[in-house]
Design a protein around this ligand. Sequence first.
Ligand SMILES: [Zn+2]
Length: 359
Amino acid sequence: MTITKYECDDCMKDFLKQLPKCEHHVHLEGTLEPNLLFKLAKRNHITLPSNFPKTEEECRERYNNFADLQDFLDHYYIGMSVLIKEQDFYDLAMSYFKKAHDDGCLHSEVFFDPQGHLERSIELKTVVSGFHKACIDANKKFGTTNKLIMCLLRHLPSSDGLKVIQDSKKYYQNNIIHGLGLDSSEKPFPPRLFENCYNLIHKEFPNVGLTAHAGEEGNYKYVEDSLNLLKVTRIDHGVNSKQSKKLMERLAKDQTLLTICPLSNVKLQVVKDVSELPISLFFNKNIPFSINSDDPAYFGGYILENYIAVHESFGFGVKEWKQISLNGINGSWCSEDRKKELRNKVDEVCEKFGKLISI
Ligand SMILES: [Zn+2]
């Protein structure tokens, strides 16, 4: 029997949906869909600036035309202003967890930007409680496991970062926040500016996971400096690591996970097309990476759409996808027991589809 390309593609999409996925690079504030944004603006009596899109359709139009990372961020911070109460943060996170679950994502490590809320006089407690409650309820409802990673905004001074770390110590102590990250505009704010923040958290909580956005718009040195100065064990984006052979060898040797965001990279003009990303290069060099949605409400796709975009550009088969999925599990900050559970599910799905898909 010959399988038509259409049937094969359909089967492949079904496989990618069922393949157990882990997401390591998604900003909860970046999952704010226009319908929830306008709903919360109304609920909280927020008047959005006059140049902000007025309808969901106008939002979509705006989202299709970001000039670069900064243009997106300018819009993103205005969108955030509708998040006021604990319930708002809960609703936002729950809507993401549901979408991720529908996409076959079984474990998520999600970013949030406390400083973006603190500077609007929203208390840290309000933000963390809402997100934490959603993590617990998503686990009960969907069986997914979820962890919170607090990110520092690199356009703010590190003294501000140190303060938010001090204020969040109790959440790290109580295993409510599990990691520290660094996001926002990359190029003007190199990793060395935040060495003191990372030192502080590492000294007090050596088991907390450390990661940083690096090598998205900045060059490979931003990745090297994040590894050397911030002592991160994971790199968010990291696509510009391709510029240095030595760095790629190091990433492969240490099995440092890169959290790649294909559709985001296209939307923010890092590359013109997903096919330009160094995904095959990293795969062939044994550099582990996961595939993620970054700010899916703004960039046109959640985790599954990102997997499909990679498949359409690189045409990996079951064997390669199995490896990508296992690399994501291995690089996750969940328990060994949970990793074992996820690996078993990967085996099951790959065995089932291995018989159906011959590429
Ligand atoms: Zn990001």
